[in-house]
Design a protein around this ligand. Sequence first.
Ligand SMILES: *[C@@H]1O[C@H](CO)[C@@H](O)[C@H](O)[C@H]1NC(C)=O
Ligand SMILES: *[C@@H]1O[C@H](CO)[C@@H](O)[C@H](O)[C@H]1NC(C)=O
Length: 432
Amino acid sequence: MNPLDATKSGFLACVAVCTFIYTFLYLKDTLPAEPDERKLSATRAECGFYPDELCSALFVGKSAALQIGSVCQSSYRPAALSCIRTSCNCSTALKALRFITRPLSDEEGSFSLAYIITIHKELEMFVKLLRAIYMPQNIYCIHVDEKSPSDYKAAVQNIANCFENVFISSKRESVVYAGFSRLQADINCMRDLLHSKIQWNYVINLCGQDYPIKTNKDIIKYIKSKWNGKNMTPGVVQPLHMKHRTQVSYREYVQSGTSYVYPTKNAKTKPPYNLTIYFGSAYYILTKEFVEFTLTDARAKDLLEWSRDTYSPDEHYWVTLNRLHDAPGATPTADWEGNIRAIKWKDQEGTVHKGCKGHYIRDICVYGLGDLQWIIESPHLFANKFEPATYPLVMDCLERRLRLKVLHQAEVPIEDDWRFQADNSFNMQLNV
Ligand SMILES: *[C@@H]1O[C@H](CO)[C@@H](O)[C@H](O)[C@H]1NC(C)=O
Ligand SMILES: *[C@@H]1O[C@H](CO)[C@@H](O)[C@H](O)[C@H]1NC(C)=O
């Protein structure tokens, strides 16, 4: 951009902002003085009375909806979830939080998913995620960071206590970003899941800032049709610019307040069994047989030990093992395929997506309202990253839409407690 253009666009931005402020002040001045509560309900009306109408318009990318949404989102706070801060008994909590309590079809009832959810903060977001993926035939292992405050751990435990099929992992790690502890957390849950009486077919890992964009039924259909019996570990042979991750020894630095991983000057030995190291996603969908294999096979165990002092081992461990010809459900020739996670990476701006409408954190987009259309049009099963404290309407729209889709697909009678919204003339369209 040349300096003149910069000045021009700066000026235009200023005009826009000034017009907005002027209009706002003008409207404010001309409105009769109201008690604060009335003002509050006026704001809520804008976002909250017909949220499905606003969400529907956001899902098709209407620019007017974006403007209204942004204004209202700045003051709007969705109603707090009941039974989160206050104590309820389990039957009240399940109803109030609208958990689905029966399998919604025979197909889903006879195909169980295991979930590993790694969390460390934001209780409300965790509950929103859990109730979105919860089905009574599935099983859920929650890894709560050892560093999390004890009242957070207790609150998560209280929720887990209400379910036969939700539990906190028996061993907890203090998770360091890009460190071995992140991988160990998943493995802790896998051990517990294998020892559980509840049978499951596939395991999926999630973090606290993920959210599903497909229903339980859609997820099963996708696995069965495209990956029947195979593992999904998107990735490629370790590219040159990633070699440093496994060539020198890394260490975790952990102090109260900060923790990180840093390289040392010590060179690492070659991988065990002369394994070819791959690089890929830390997100996977794995068969139970493959999980058993990774916990017992000599190559898997040695690779795990060798990976202790590497950078972000969760991004090479699963994909490397799943490229072994004799691993159960292996995909030795696979590449990046496997629609597990929709992510807007900063370096894919202009190719995979047209920019982040929220903001970037570590080169990953935290979705804003303007990203909703891209999210729901994505073929992926889950999306990352969400921050409801900053963009509450994004989560609201996605969870209302998802629940409508789930109930729409159900093959059993629907209980009133499962509905997020009463039917109304603004019910959002599901197939936009
Ligand atoms: C749970 O609490 C509700 C409301 O306080 C009460 O009506 C119900 O009997 C309680 N249920 C159990 C099982 O204690
Ligand atoms: C290790 O693998 C490389 C490349 O795949 C091969 O050239 C080399 O001979 C192998 N070494 C051993 C000891 O098997």
